[in-house]
Design a protein around this ligand. Structure first.
Ligand SMILES: *Cc1c(COP(=O)(O)O)cnc(C)c1O
Length: 355
């Protein structure tokens, strides 16, 4: 397939607002789009002006949620260069989501090349301050204008870009997380391992209740018995227990985070022991009280690594490590962001530089 690049006039370009980098509010001048029709396959790959779509109110994704997304970042490098962090993993995961939702696979290599071309055209939109980046949002949805419950015959895949500020604006601060004991995010046999859009709609109720009560996010437990730790809304979770890193093992309901996997590889390389296993919430709570659970942190593209300072559980707050950011959390954050921003050598081959 060929990629068509539409020229934009100078007058069509937006004023670059790189002073207000509120997450996900501002978008760049261009986007990537491609379409699929059963029988014809993928077609009309193009980089166009960032603009509205014209879609029928009957569009399938609006009604039945046949849609998935991805999230990754482009990091500023010297001059006007830009670095992508393991982008092939995002497109691989997009195809895992697509398969679960009966959507045809995308050509991962082709889409990655199109993303690189898009970033090359939009490189002036990459904010260059400390901790800043260009957030990349690939999205994929079924767009048959037919309200029948079945897999669509037409699809839309697009990538939009949004400049974002540093996640930790006031220093590396510890999050307050509420352990959710009523609602569930995902269950065995469900869609938890995919970035299916409906997972996020379904999570809002619990997230809102947590925020009303002064917490930042929710820690989900298994849907079956609310006994085992799963993950946070957009982050995987790690515990430092007796000096070892412990994280819930992937078993279908947890999103396999790319930051999670990178943290495991990096931590092992740095000499830490990492264990993936089932973790009971009771073990965590008792461990925080006894001091065996020394640190808690989340991992995800948005924050990279976010320390957790408080776990609220059944009406009580449990303070981790006296509310201080732990040493291992700090160490892993520094090492991982150094690879992303290029102040450390890319020894795992995770970086793709766009010249
Ligand atoms: C995206 C996401 C993560 C983090 O994945 P990364 O690939 O590290 O960004 C974790 N949990 C959920 C539910 C997510 O949607």
């Amino acid at each position: 397939m060929e990629l068509r690049i539409e020229e934009l006039n100078e007058s069509e370009l937006k004023e670059k607002r790189l002073d207000d980098l509120s997450f996900g509010v501002h978008f760049t001048d261009r986007m990537f789009v491609m379409e699929y029709d059963r029988g014809k396959g993928w077609h009309s790959a193009r980089i166009t002006k960032f603009q509205n779509f014209s879609l029928s109110p009957a569009t399938m994704a609006f009604h039945y949620g046949q849609a998935a997304f991805e999230g990754l970042k482009a990091y500023p490098r010297e001059g006007s260069k830009v670095a992508l962090f393991r982008p092939e993993e995002n497109f691989r995961r997009m195809n895992v989501s697509a398969d679960r939702l009966c959507m045809p696979p995308i050509d991962e290599d082709f889409v990655l090349r199109c993303l690189e071309e898009l970033i090359r055209l939009e490189r002036d939109w990459v904010p260059r301050g400390e901790g800043q980046s260009l957030y990349i949002r690939p999205t994929y949805m079924g767009v048959d204008p037919i309200i029948r419950v079945r897999a669509s015959d037409k699809y839309l895949f697009f990538i939009i870009l949004s400049p974002v500020g540093a996640y930790f604006k006031n220093g590396f601060s510890a999050a307050r997380i509420l352990v959710e004991t009523e609602y569930s995010r995902a269950s065995q046999g469900g869609t938890g391992y995919t970035k299916f859009c409906g997972n996020y709609g379904a999570s809002l109720k619990a997230g809102q209740a947590a925020q009303v009560n002064g917490y930042d996010q929710v820690l989900w437990l298994d849907a079956c018995g609310h006994k085992y730790v799963e993950e946070v809304g957009s982050m995987n979770i790690f515990f430092v227990i007796d000096g070892k890193l412990v994280t819930p093992k992937l078993q279908g309901s947890i999103l396999p985070g790319i930051t999670r996997e990178s943290t495991i590889i990096l931590a092992r390389d740095l000499g830490y022991e990492v264990i993936e296993r089932q973790i009971e919430i009771e073990e965590v709570i008792e461990g925080i009280e006894s001091g065996n659970v020394q640190e808690v942190f989340g991992t995800g593209t948005a924050c990279v690594i976010s320390p957790v300072g408080t776990l609220g559980y059944r009406g009580k707050d449990y303070i981790v490590n006296g509310g201080q950011v732990g040493e291992i959390t700090q160490h892993l954050y520094k090492e991982l962001t150094s690879i992303q921003y290029g102040t450390t050598e890319d020894r795992f081959g995770w970086i793709r530089i766009i010249e």
